[in-house]
Design a binder for this molecule. Structure first.
Ligand SMILES: C[S@@+](CC[C@H](N)C(=O)[O-])C[C@H]1O[C@@H](n2cnc3c(N)ncnc32)[C@H](O)[C@@H]1O
Length: 241
């Protein structure tokens, strides 16, 4: 566990009850999840690992798209409780299983999944390469790693004004969408989140060029990524084992 793990867990504990009313309401976020499911080309009875399942927004889209099964992991009990309530209400318990697990310490046998997907989750982990290697390890040969996230490089010195300007430039359109779709509540939450990105307070976003390099370094054979239509700064990547 990293030194910021507890802070991030506390952040999601506090956010869990209004997550679906804030980020969940932002159309751009729903579109990112749809794009992740589409790029995964999920089919038939494939087995999907949802890393950072949260309140289940992505997992439920996978279940709606194909006859797949999902294993959702998260290290926030509060976020996952909301997901498990939804599963019970929708009677989907035979197709999805949720486990408390740190994404930085995946505990599954080699070759377990056809797809491993993570949306706006892995940027919380600072040391990314070992995690991507572990994800590759749990994928079957030919399996796909799907990543949906902000294409935002927040590396560099916190005292560098150019870095701050670059991050604010990325965050501005996101905050406008948050206000439009999520109202003041949505804006307020995403504004606080933006500060965490700027200070790398449990948020360590990198560019998709950097994510792609990391995937190749981890041993993936082919990596493709594309921007969301109308939201160039959000991207979805697919890496093939
Ligand atoms: C922003 S939410 C994303 C949830 C969902 N994937 C979505 O797109 O709506 C991030 C989730 O990842 C979880 N998370 C962050 N870092 C994690 C880690 N190292 N291990 C397990 N879960 C983690 C958080 O608890 C939270 O539920």
């Amino acid at each position: 566990m990293s030194d910021t793990t507890e802070l991030t867990q506390q952040w999601f504990k506090n956010w869990s009850n209004d997550y679906d009313n804030t980020l969940g309401k932002i159309k751009r976020h729903q579109q990112l999840l749809d794009m992740a499911v589409k790029i995964s080309k999920v089919k038939g009875s494939e087995r999907v690992l949802d890393i950072g399942v949260g309140t289940g927004l992505l997992a439920l889209k996978f279940l709606a798209k194909a006859g797949c099964t999902v294993v959702g992991i998260d290290y926030s009990r509060d976020m996952m409780d909301i997901c498990t309530d939804k599963i019970k209400k929708l009677n989907l318990g035979n197709r999805i299983e949720c486990k408390i697990m740190d994404a930085a310490a995946l505990d599954f046998p080699k070759n377990s999944f056809d797809i491993a997907a993570a949306t706006v989750t892995l940027h919380h982990i600072k040391n990314k390469l070992p995690v991507i290697k572990a994800i590759r390890n749990v994928l079957k040969p030919g399996g796909r790693f799907v990543l949906g996230d902000l294409d935002m490089d927040t590396t560099g010195s916190h005292t560098n004004p150019k870095r701050l300007a670059r991050i604010l430039d990325y965050l501005m359109p996101e905050l406008v969408e948050a206000l439009k779709d999520g109202g003041v509540q949505g804006f307020s939450r995403m504004y606080d989140n933006g500060k965490k990105h700027i200070l790398n307070d449990g948020e360590y976003c990198v560019s998709f060029e950097q994510w792609s390099d990391l995937c190749y370094k981890a041993g993936f054979t082919k990596v493709v990524y594309k921007s969301m239509p109308n939201f160039e700064r959000f991207k979805v990547l697919c890496a093939y084992k």
